[in-house]
Design a protein around this ligand. Sequence first.
Ligand code: GLN
Length: 490
Amino acid sequence: MTDICSLSLTALCHALQTKQVSAEEAAQACLTRIEATEPAVDALLLVDAQAALAHARELDAAGPDPAQPLWGVPVTVKDALCTRGMVTTAASRILEGFTPFYDAFAVRRLREAGAIILGKANMDEFAMGSGTENSAYKKTRNPWDSTKTPGGSSGGSAASVAAGQCFASLGTDTGGSIRQPASFCGCVGLKPTYGRVSRYGLIAYGSSLDQIGPLTRTVEDCARMLAVIAGHDARDNTSAPCPVEDYPAALAALSGDRPLQGLKLGLPREFFGQGLAQEVRDVCEAAIQQAASLGAEIVEVSLPHTDAAIATYYIIAMAEASSNLARFDGVRYGRRAPDVKNLEELYVLSRSQGFGQEVKRRIMLGAYVLSSGYYDAYYRKAAQVRRIIRDEYLSALQQCDLLCAPVSPVTAWPLGSHSTDPLEAYLMDAYTLSLNLAGLPGLSLPVGLGADSRMPVGLQLMGPAFGEARLLAVAHALECALPALGSPAL
Ligand code: GLN
């Protein structure tokens, strides 16, 4: 087997189960690839080569187990997810050196399925950002062009998958943080329905918006990952008790020459207006055309409150962040300011030194919109608009089976280009964050390279609650019909 790292997760699983490749060979191939590519991409905050190899050898000694769907598959995990015995910081100084004694639910599921955790992926501090430039530790670069951002906040996860360092990664999506970096790095990224994957062990940003999901190289790989991490968990009371479908099997449901026959795809008018870069529009329209030639009926729909989504999202996300981050006080976890004189100074200095600029900004704005006197004008109003946005999604989804739109109005931007004006960066999330307000699932599918930038473009497919099987099946049919993007020349 020549280049193990260029296999898809699905192909690797087959090679592992049939003993063409050992778990140790797979882990070693990834570790070698990490060593070769990290200087260019800086995707990872931590690599535990020894633990990965030890786990691989243990697996090899026991032999392949068909009951473990990810037996021997090397993966990375966003640093917002707790990993037992492995430092977990959410890319913040305030959690420097924090070593959880338990795994997040999704991480535990990966381990039980036989996956090998190679290390922790870089991210924006506490998942606040769209470019992985808000990490307190390092800036990740896009494997397709190292002068550009990988997107964010799960930029380390996307870059590690695109660079061939692992076969899949877990990310989190509060307002687009799986779909947008997947789009920028040419990967598949899925934000499941709110409640589909337990958030137990996820360091919370906006608890009513956060969802954990996979980033992979193919749709089939994504289906396999989701099948492992989805499911009810009594320790997360927003986790949904509804049954988990057989996602990999669902892909076969749409086959033949016209696999999308009978399917209605709705294009929300508001996502194709001003501000959408021509090269993104062109690539997305060509992919939609392809869907039509596979039999899909294309209809126009409307989500009239789309322009209110950014303000609504940022009020709610910041309010929740300010309350979630109150627990980081220098007493219980991570970093504590040295040489303090009293308790108040301990809090003030630990938080001042521990949090980065963007996190501080959001804590302040969040506390402001929740404060008495402003609560009604901001938070309550945002919660009302959120309901309207959700209702509009539900009514659009009455008129079609799935919604289809670009993931981002632009391809990956040059590093540093939004660092002086945070508002500019917030505006870039226009096409992703309303879906989190609605709690619905969305998938980013790489559909081509932009004609000007030569950077990947992602098409977003959005569906009804718990409609992941259909979403994956449609994405798979489209992926099979479109030319492959290839991989970045690293
Ligand atoms: N860019 C958005 C934000 O900064 C979304 C981040 C995310 O999904 N975690 O809040």
